[in-house]
Design a protein around this ligand. Structure first.
Ligand code: HEC
Length: 138
């Protein structure tokens, strides 16, 4: 029995560390459906795909719409309106990486809504955009 003790002592912190890493990384991973549900819950209203489409395709008093860089429907790789860098399709059915990392989604909603609307998007607007993007199928 006593011979096992050193192994156990090492194993417990190792397991704890593994668990912590797994928990931290899974907190960021998500599906588009989960992110949509989170934003709709924060907003306290159901998401609307037609409202999301309008937000995405219309200009809001600035030079660009969301569609300027992402296209409408956003199903193809496009070039950034000013830098020319490629931007992969935004609709999840055409790009499995989209809306799977909540930190990335938050970062780009913040930046792009500020550029296009001149302010951050509300949780309800984010839910609307994701709801519309999820209606876009092959
Ligand atoms: C000036 C160009 C430009 C405009 C305009 C723009 N975007 Fe983007 N968007 C980008 C770039 C660049 C990225 C990051 C590169 C990439 O992910 O392909 C990105 C990424 C995103 C992402 C990250 C999604 C993910 O999970 O990968 C979201 C969400 C997004 N944009 C939403 C919007 C919305 C909503 C609007 C309009 C309010 C908008 N964008 C307008 C350039 C733009």
């Amino acid at each position: 029995m006593t011979k096992r003790t050193p192994f156990r002592r090492a194993a417990v912190p190792l397991l704890a560390a593994t668990f912590t890493i797994a928990t931290l990384s899974s907190a960021r991973a998500a599906t588009p459906q989960e992110l949509l549900a989170d934003y709709a819950a924060q907003a306290g209203t159901a998401a609307s795909a037609p409202r999301g489409e309008a937000l995405f395709t219309q200009r809001h008093g600035q030079e660009w719409s969301c569609a300027t860089c992402h296209g409408a429907p956003p199903t193809q790789t496009r070039r950034h309106a000013s830098t020319g860098k490629p931007i992969g399709a935004l609709a999840p059915a055409f790009n499995a990486e989209r809306f799977t990392d909540s930190a990335k989604v938050e970062k780009w909603f913040r930046r792009n809504c500020n550029d296009v609307i001149g302010r951050e998007c509300s949780a309800g607007e984010k839910a609307d955009v994701i709801a519309w993007l999820l209606t876009i199928k092959h």
